[in-house]
Design a protein around this ligand. Structure first.
Ligand code: MN
Length: 299
């Protein structure tokens, strides 16, 4: 962007619907039906639940490997327990964030907390997979845990935001990301407005999981070429992922109530070879990951 040029609003380029799938052992998730490359650098965006478990019904993912990317778990309700091959262990409660960089390899389990398993209750949250560029795929595993109490949050004129990664309303996250990532949980009340700056080099998207939020295409400032946005609904409803156009500003308006994630990150312009829990660049690297896992040398 040239000096003196007006801010360009990002608008909705396309709306990706979600479908509900049963993941690993019957775990209910809501997942946008998008090609991985459209969501770059995000490989997966799973809304876990909300699901109300009876006593001893909750399901998790026992010991399994990952290589080549990061898993981000953010819990809204319920309680989970994590353990991995790098010696990290921790509980995950509402508002807590776990940012796990699998890098060259990690084996972990993601299970309901034993107390939660026994008692049952509501489980709701997110698991997001963030791809790593080739040069970082084999980095040493890293584990960051941000408990709710230390998680930066901000509230201003009907807008509440938890800044998991990036910056919002002058508040910065504490997480250290490998590539520049924005991940913000936002709740907006009646007639609230949020103007969120996003680096023009990053892809940006909004995933709504409650109510609906409007994306403002402000005429009068340089905005996305009209024909490209023409006919695309500039409103994101519960269960929709909106892929946004280029620009440096997301301007959001809410009539009644809305709850959503703002996600942004760079386009990783590299081939993706994907097999279950491994995401690499070539088939050879996938074969190697499988061999390493079988030989016990992955992690
Ligand atoms: Mn996992």
């Amino acid at each position: 962007m040239r000096v003196g040029e007006a801010m360009a609003n990002r608008v909705v380029k396309s709306i990706v619907p979600t479908h509900t799938v049963l993941e690993g052992g019957g775990f209910k998730v809501r997942r946008p039906v998008a090609m991985g490359s459209l969501m770059s650098p995000f490989l997966l965006l799973d809304e876990m639940g909300p699901v109300d478990y009876g006593p001893r019904e909750a399901i998790g993912a026992p010991s399994h490997p990952h290589r080549g990317f990061e898993t981000v778990t953010y819990l809204l309700a319920g309680s989970m327990q994590h353990e991995d091959s790098a010696g990290n262990a921790g509980d995950l409660n509402p508002g807590d964030v776990q940012w796990m960089t699998a890098g060259r390899g990690i084996i972990h389990s993601e299970l309901p907390h034993p107390d939660f398993y026994d008692a049952g209750g509501l489980l709701h949250g997110f698991q997001i997979w963030v791809n790593l560029p080739a040069k970082h795929k084999m980095m040493s595993p890293r584990y960051q845990e941000i408990p709710e109490l230390d998680s930066p949050a901000v509230e201003n004129e009907g807008v509440w935001a938890r800044v998991i990664a990036g910056e919002c309303m002058g508040v910065a996250s504490t997480i250290d990301t490998v590539i520049p990532i924005t991940l913000i949980h936002v709740k907006m009340g009646p007639n609230a407005v949020l103007r969120q700056k996003i680096d023009p080099d990053l892809n940006a998207m909004i995933y709504a999981f409650g109510g609906s939020v409007k994306v403002v295409n402000r005429l009068g400032v340089r905005s996305y070429p009209l024909p490209l946005a023409f006919g695309v609904k500039q409103q994101v409803n519960d269960g929709e992922l909106a892929l946004l156009s280029d620009g440096d500003l997301i301007e959001l308006k809410c009539d009644k109530a809305a709850e959503f994630l703002i996600l942004a990150g760079p386009e990783i312009n590299e081939p993706i070879a994907r097999y279950g829990p491994f995401v690499m660049n070539t088939r050879e690297e996938i074969h190697q990951a499988i061999l390493d896992y079988q030989n016990g040398t992955l992690a």
